[in-house]
Each structure stands twice: as structure tokens, then as C-alpha cells.
Design a protein around this ligand. Structure first.
Ligand code: CUA
Length: 350
């Protein structure tokens, strides 16, 4: 049934678990609309024939008053259906916005005019996103220059790539296959050629690809891109993140062993709930960590001074992703071990 609807509506293949849900809502809305429209047309036709004015009829018919229950029905029925669409849509939206734990993280960077993908355990690729079938994949998306939009029609997944900020989406592709990626935000001359491909591999094939990539030194290139764009840095992202942190002087204020210092320690920081100056609580996820690098004064953790400089324009998107991976790798020795968050106050000249 849904396959028939899909073909009737000229929709692309539904190749992710999310696509099935989106299509379900889509078919429900379209089906309901068609049903109601057909009903109205039939009633209209019947009335046209049955109540046609015939010779000898009085020019006006008596005024018809509908009973109250009928008026109430006329109002509440469409409203109920509209609310039902809204409820289904909202459930799908929340489902889509809460990636499952244990998803495979892939960093996605849009730039004029290509897509780059980096995996936490090392490999990276340009233009082609390799993912395993039957496993949730979380994409952490950013841009290096202007706003792009990451769109995989077969997955019904679309999300903006915004410079200086990481946003996340997730999907799960149940079957191996190949699916086109498009940029859907006009981003310059070659916007229409900013394409890529998702290659869904069987889990064993994906493991083999990942192992081979970590050993090899040539990144996979799609036919759209040139060799010069191959990611220069290889090796696990966390290791690269540590190098970046040392180069950029992050350790002047942040420690990796839980020792309190000028800024919050990075040990166990990932997914920690932090109380902000504003009294608000926030979870230190990828979005918060990157935002803190680019716009540190926006969400300062309570008890710390807003002394951190911005790294907007100084950290490449790849370096920012590597830093996040490094922070994610710094977990307390025992799970749940309390990490002291007593900050050290330093006099500043600001
Ligand atoms: Cu990138 Cu359009």
C-alpha cells in the first residue's frame, strides 16, 4: 500500500527508518485530503442532480437550519484531524531530534563546494559518506564558509550546515545501497554541483572499509572532487584534538585530569550537566562545546569568569571537531566519579 502511494506521489525510495515515518504521515495527510475532497465532490454532484430547479418549482426553497450537533460536528471533525496530524508530526520530530545512544558519530563539514566526512576513530572521506546498515548514525554538521544544507532525499533527512556551529541529525539505513546527497541552500556558483553520496555497507563490509582506511593514506574521493582536497590529517581525531589543544593554548586554562583551573576541567565534561551563570542548566554536548569555542561569553558556567577568547575564525571546523572528540575521550576513571568543579579565581585586567 505505502509502496503504491510512494509511486503515485513520485517520491524517491524510502531508505531509512525515518523515511518510513515521514512517508506514513505524508500518506495519511494526502489520503485524508483525497478522501474528504472526493466526498465533497460526490455530495456536490448528487445535490446538483437531485436539487436541480425544475419547471413549476418555486423560485426560492425554504431556509434550511442545521441542528446544533451537526454544526458542532462540522467544526470539530476537521479540527480533530488537524490536531492528529500535528501530534503525529510532533512525535516524529522529537524522535528525529533525539539520536539513540551508541550511534556512530560522523562529523560532516560543508564547504564551497563539497562535503567532507570525518569519523571519530580516524578515517575521513570527501564526497562519499560510508555508513553501516542497521546501525544508527549521528551526523554532527557544520560549515567552513557559508550556510549549506545537507539533504539526502532517500532518507528524508535535511539539515542546515551553519558556520561556527555544530548541529546534529541522525538516521538509520536498514539496507545496503547508495543514495545521493544534495546541498539545498544556495551557496554560490557551484551550488548545484555540491553533491555527494551515502554508501550504506553491510556491517562486515563497513568494518573492513574502516580498518583499511585507518591503515591506508589515500582518502576516498568522489568523482566531483580533486585530489588536493584530500584531508591532510589522518589518524584518530582525539589525538589530533590533543595536538590542537596544545597549539592553541587551551591547557593554559583547562585541565585534562580534573584539577580545577581558570576554566572548567575537560575530564568528564562531555554530557555533564552544567549550571550556567543565568541559572539555566545545560548538557555539555557537541553543540554546547563548539559554541563555547566560537562564542564563549554566550553560556558561561556559573562560578567561572568570562575570560575565554573566541576561537571563531581561528579553529578550522576539522580542528573544532577534533577538539570535541578529544574532550569526549576524557572520561573519569570510574563512571560516575565526581569531578571537583571548584574554580580558581584569578585577577584579570579586563
Ligand atoms: Cu552548498 Cu549549496
Amino acid at each position: 500500500m505505502s509502496e503504491l502511494m510512494r509511486r503515485m506521489l513520485f517520491l524517491p525510495e524510502a531508505a531509512s527508518t525515518f523515511a518510513t515515518r515521514v512517508d506514513g504521515l505524508h500518506f495519511f495527510v494526502i489520503g485524508m485530503s483525497m478522501l474528504v475532497a472526493t466526498g465533497l465532490a460526490v455530495v456536490g454532484l448528487v445535490f446538483l442532480v437531485r436539487y436541480k430547479r425544475r419547471p413549476g418549482d418555486a423560485p426560492t426553497t425554504p431556509r434550511v437550519e442545521a441542528p446544533h450537533w451537526m454544526e458542532a460536528l462540522f467544526l470539530s471533525l476537521p479540527l480533530t484531524f488537524f490536531l492528529l496530524w500535528f501530534v503525529i508530526g510532533f512525535l516524529d520530530f522529537s524522535w528525529f531530534n533525539s539520536p539513540p545512544r551508541g550511534a556512530l558519530d560522523v562529523y560532516v563539514m560543508g564547504k564551497q563546494w563539497m562535503w567532507k566526512f570525518a569519523y571519530a576513530d580516524g578515517p575521513s572521506s570527501v564526497g562519499v559518506l560510508y555508513v553501516p546498515a542497521g546501525r544508527p548514525v549521528r551526523l554532527l554538521i557544520t560549515s567552513r564558509d557559508v550556510i549549506h544544507s545537507f539533504f539526502v532525499p532517500d532518507f528524508r533527512v535535511k539539515h542546515d550546515a551553519v558556520p561556527g556551529r555544530y548541529t546534529q541529525i541522525w538516521f538509520e539505513a536498514p539496507r545496503p545501497g547508495r543514495h545521493a546527497i544534495y546541498c539545498t541552500e544556495y551557496c554560490g556558483l557551484m551550488h548545484s554541483r555540491m553533491r555527494g553520496e551515502v554508501v550504506v555497507l553491510a556491517p562486515a563490509d563497513f568494518e573492513a572499509w574502516s580498518a583499511q582506511e585507518q591503515g591506508g593514506d589515500v582518502a576516498t574521493l568522489s568523482p566531483f572532487h580533486e585530489g588536493a582536497e584530500v584531508e591532510e590529517a589522518r589518524g584518530p581525531m582525539a589525538a589530533r584534538g590533543r595536538r590542537v589543544a596544545a597549539e592553541k593554548g587551551c591547557f593554559k586554562c583547562h585541565t585534562e585530569d580534573g584539577t580545577p583551573h581558570i576554566g572548567p576541567t575537560w575530564l568528564g565534561l562531555y554530557l555533564r550537566v552544567e549550571r550556567l551563570k543565568s541559572g539555566e542548566d545545560i548538557v555539555a554536548d557537541e553543540a554546547y562545546l563548539t559554541r563555547s569555542m566560537m562564542d564563549p561569553d554566550a553560556q558561561v558556567v556559573a562560578g567561572f569568569l568570562p575570560v575565554m577568547p573566541t576561537y571563531l575564525g581561528q579553529l578550522s571546523a576539522t580542528d573544532a571537531a577534533a577538539l570535541v572528540e578529544y574532550i569526549k575521550s576524557l572520561r573519569p576513571a570510574r563512571p560516575g566519579e565526581a569531578v571537583s568543579q571548584e574554580p580558581v579565581y584569578v585577577p584579570t585586567s579586563r
